[in-house]
Structures are given as C-alpha cells and as structure tokens.
Ligand binder design. Structure first.
Ligand code: XMP
Length: 324
C-alpha cells in the first residue's frame, strides 16, 4: 500500500531531522496497535536511540507483558524494557472501590514509575532523552475536547500517553493525523503481526476498572482467566475483528450454584462485546447463542471462583462501554 509506506518514509525522514544524529527518544508502550505502530516507526527511524518502556501494573490481561515483549522486542526489534510493578500498583489499590480513585492511583503511579525508569535509562547509558513518543490519534485530539464535555467529566481517562509537562520533553506524535483504521493499515504496511494490528483498545487502568469493587490479586487472577477464555473463543470463531471491544467484568456479587452434588457460592462475571465506530456510541454485539454457550461452559468449568456468566445487552448511551 503505497500511501501508507510513503507516510512511513516521510515520518522517518522528518524524525531523523528533528532528533538529529545523536538524539534519544523515550516513550511508554502498551502493546496496543497505536503504541506498537508508533514504536516500530520510531525504531525504523532511529533504531536503539528509541527507548520504550512497558509498565506491568498488575491489571493487564493474562500473560500480557510476556506477549508484548515477544511481539515488540523479539519480533519487531524495539528497544523495549518492562517494569514489573504489579505489587506497587496492587498495594496502592488495596481497599479502594471508587472507580475514579482507582484511575487516579493507577495514573499517578504510572507517571512516577515512568519518570524513575526514564532516569535510569539515562544514567545507565550516559545519555539524555529530549523527546517523547506518543501514539496520539486524530480522534484523541478531538475526544479530549468533546468527550469530557464543557460541564462535567464523565470519566477521567488515563492512557499511556498522559505524562506531565514537568518532564520537559518535546513531543513526537506520528499518528496525530490518522484514524484507527488508518493506523491498522500503516501497521500492515510496516509488516507488523496481525495480533498487534487487530487488537481491541484496552483502557489504561486495565482490569482494575473491570473488577467492580476492591481489586485484589486473587480477583485479578480470576478475571484474567475468564477474559482469556472469552477472547480465545471470539478469535477462534472469527468474531473478534467484527467487534470494537470485548472483555469480561467481575461483579461484586456471589451466586449459588451446583457442582456434582455440592452447593457452590461463587462470583458472577459478565461478558461485554460492543460494536462501535468511535467508542462514543456503541451497540451490544449480537453474539450467536452457540458461542455464548461455549463461553459460559468453559468459563464456569475452567475458572475456579466463577459459577455464573451473564451477557451485557446494554448500548451506549445510556450505558457506557466499561462498567466503571
Ligand atoms: P466508556 O466506558 O466511557 O469508554 O464508554 C469509552 C472508551 O474509553 C475507554 N476507557 C478508558 N481508556 N483510560 C483509558 O485509557 C480510562 O480510564 C478509560 N475509561 C474508559 C473504554 O475502554 C472505551 O474504549
């Protein structure tokens, strides 16, 4: 696709001019399509003078950090390091149930860790990073105005992008003019693997806002297992790419069940799949009943701690996509 490869070529030339022959760039990545495409572009432009940081906040999907390291570092050659900060995040989240407080804690801790890690990279390599790579898209530019609205903030969004001005870094935003589908096209033109290219968006606070009520390591583990099964079933049945976002929510509710000749009293979880173009409005996805059936028997049989699975049939508005 010549338009996208031209776009990539042009970016690489511009960035080499901007950063110069000895400049260094830093950036946080999540492994989503935006940060992956941005990181690969930057790596093709300046190689290991781009330093990427992945933060494992303990609220990622099952095996996420390992998978992202494999795809981005091993397969795409990005100079990437992972900060394993699960304990730090989870201890801060202890006892917290308010969704906005969860967001603040995760956002704040993320910024602290990013700054600490940036400093370490500079010291270890005897370098200075003057530039920050961000995977901001065109709709992010608009959404930050319209979504929050003039009067009330519905949800304070934290994404891998939001870093403090105090770091005094010059921003580089290669995707600023692109829509999501164009970023995917660019990713394909760059030869990035399909798993990265077709990933659904994932919120910065991650599973913390999909565990209603308190986030504990045990509840994270339960949700990770259920979520992995649901995503696997969607991928295997060919529905994944038709869906805007799919995930499981762990409810703060227990229900009675029966297993063998015993009574169980375990957690209830809910599957959410939405079709959407812009994430501002969304419809629940009409998932065939046989796939729902497979999901429910697998989750209930394979995940210890869940004995009932529901499907969310709400649209946005009036519901939001996430439950918190
Ligand atoms: P809602 O739930 O507001 O979600 O309908 C719209 C989109 O935003 C994502 N979302 C977030 N993303 N940090 C993020 O980076 C957040 O705190 C956050 N809250 C919601 C949500 O996953 C959906 O794509």
């Amino acid at each position: 696709d010549w338009i996208m490869s031209d776009y990539a070529q042009e970016f690489m030339q511009d960035v080499r001019m901007k950063v110069g022959e000895h400049g260094h760039v830093i950036g946080a990545v999540s492994g989503g399509v935006d940060s992956t495409v941005a990181a690969v572009l930057m790596t093709r432009a300046i190689g290991h003078r781009f330093h990427a940081i992945l933060v494992d906040n303990g609220c990622l999907r099952k095996d996420e950090a390992t998978q992202v390291l494999k795809r981005m570092r091993d397969d795409c050659g990005v100079n990437l390091r992972c900060v394993y900060a699960q304990d730090r995040f989870l201890s801060q989240l202890k006892g917290v149930t308010d969704p906005e407080v969860k967001r603040k804690i995760i956002g704040g801790t993320f910024i602290d860790i990013f700054q600490e890690e940036a400093k370490m990279i500079e010291e270890e390599n005897g370098i200075h990073c003057d530039f920050l790579l961000q995977g901001t898209l065109y709709p992010d530019v608009i959404e930050s105005v319209s979504y929050k609205g003039p009067s009330a903030t519905i949800k304070t969004h934290h994404n891998v992008g939001g870093l403090p001005a105090s770091m005094k870094l010059k921003l580089i935003e290669p995707l600023r003019e692109l829509f999501k589908d164009e970023v995917r096209e660019l990713g394909i033109a760059l030869g990035i693997d399909e798993v990265s290219v077709w990933r659904h968006p994932f919120p910065g606070p991650g599973l913390a806002i999909r565990i209603l009520g308190e986030v504990t390591p045990e509840r994270v583990a339960i949700l990770q297992e259920a979520d992995a099964i649901v995503i696997e079933e969607l991928v295997n049945s060919g529905h994944y790419r038709k869906i805007g976002q799919a995930f499981v929510v762990l409810l703060p509710v227990k229900s009675v069940g029966v297993m063998g000749d015993g009574r169980t009293y375990e957690n209830v979880a809910c599957v959410r799949c939405v079709e959407t173009t812009d994430y501002m409005t969304a419809d629940f996805y009409h998932l065939p009943h046989d796939i729902l059936g497979r999901m429910s028997s697998r989750v209930i049989n394979e995940v210890v701690g869940i004995n009932r699975l529901c499907y969310d049939i709400s649209s946005k508005p009036p519901a939001t996509i996430e439950w918190e």
